[in-house]
Design a protein around this ligand. Structure first.
Ligand code: DX5
Ligand code: ZN
Length: 234
């Protein structure tokens, strides 16, 4: 099992979202992303209830786990993450991010995920303020700020989420916590600079990676080229 806690928080990490890849070749696509320099792989799980879309669940993840040793950065866009945490861990996920806006109490979800041995992340939808995650920061390993409304790939980047990213990063630094700050939605070689300049060091990208006209290697190199913000710059 890969451990997210061992990854640095001061350099750009690229997490390609498989939502934009060719699902008929999922195993190959993940392998290609790894070969092209992806640091981890982002798996978007949607239940058709928390978000108006359905993607895939534990059986698919179990099957691709056999093909890849990469860290599975799993984004649970589901109403009941505590209920299904064990199923995702058993399928081979290393890390589980759930939404603060889900139907279950936050402390129960954190405990359920910890019990599985996975690291824990909390994601915030665009309308949720930065401060909502502050009470949980010392119990989690990652904060995921959505830069689109969750549910679909290929949407436009919401620049108005940058104040939130900076506020979360400042709080992480102030409390000297080792917490990854990740952003997800509409990120490409251009918008990544804005995101990195606001303290985000983990970049989720689907469309701009898997559908880049010059291929995966160029796409991932472009994202890595953004410089992670130095503590003193925020
Ligand atoms: C949206 C998902 C994202 C999405 C990113 O609900 O959480 O991970 O697939 O895709 P792009 O990069 O195309 O916005
Ligand atoms: Zn995602």
């Amino acid at each position: 099992m890969s451990d997210l806690r061992k990854l640095p928080t001061d350099r750009i990490l690229v997490s390609p979202s498989v939502l934009a890849c060719d699902f008929s070749r999922l195993g190959d696509e993940i392998e290609r992303a790894g070969d092209a320099g992806a640091d981890v792989i982002h798996l978007d799980v949607m239940d058709g209830h928390f978000v108006p879309n359905i993607s895939f669940g534990p059986p698919v993840i179990r099957s691709v786990r056999k093909r890849s040793g990469m860290l599975f950065d799993t984004h649970l866009m589901i109403s009941e993450p505590a209920r299904y945490a064990k199923a995702f861990a058993d399928a081979g996920c290393d890390h589980l991010t759930f939404h603060l806006e889900c139907s279950e109490p936050t402390d129960r979800v954190i405990d359920a995920i910890r019990q599985t041995g996975c690291t824990v992340g909390i994601s915030l939808k665009p309308a949720t303020p930065a401060e909502a995650v502050f009470p949980w920061l010392d119990r989690i390993d990652l904060v995921l700020v959505m830069t689109v409304e969750p549910g679909f790939g290929g949407q436009s980047f919401m620049a108005d989420q940058m104040t939130k990213c900076a506020a979360v990063k400042r709080e992480i630094l102030r409390r000297k916590l080792h917490v990854q700050l990740e952003a997800d939605g509409g990120i490409d070689g251009k918008t990544v600079r804005t995101v990195a300049a606001h303290g985000v060091n983990m970049i989720v990208a689907g469309t701009s990676v898997f559908r880049h006209p010059e291929g995966l290697d160029v796409a991932i190199a472009e994202l890595h080229a953004a410089t992670a913000l130095l503590d003193s710059e925020l």
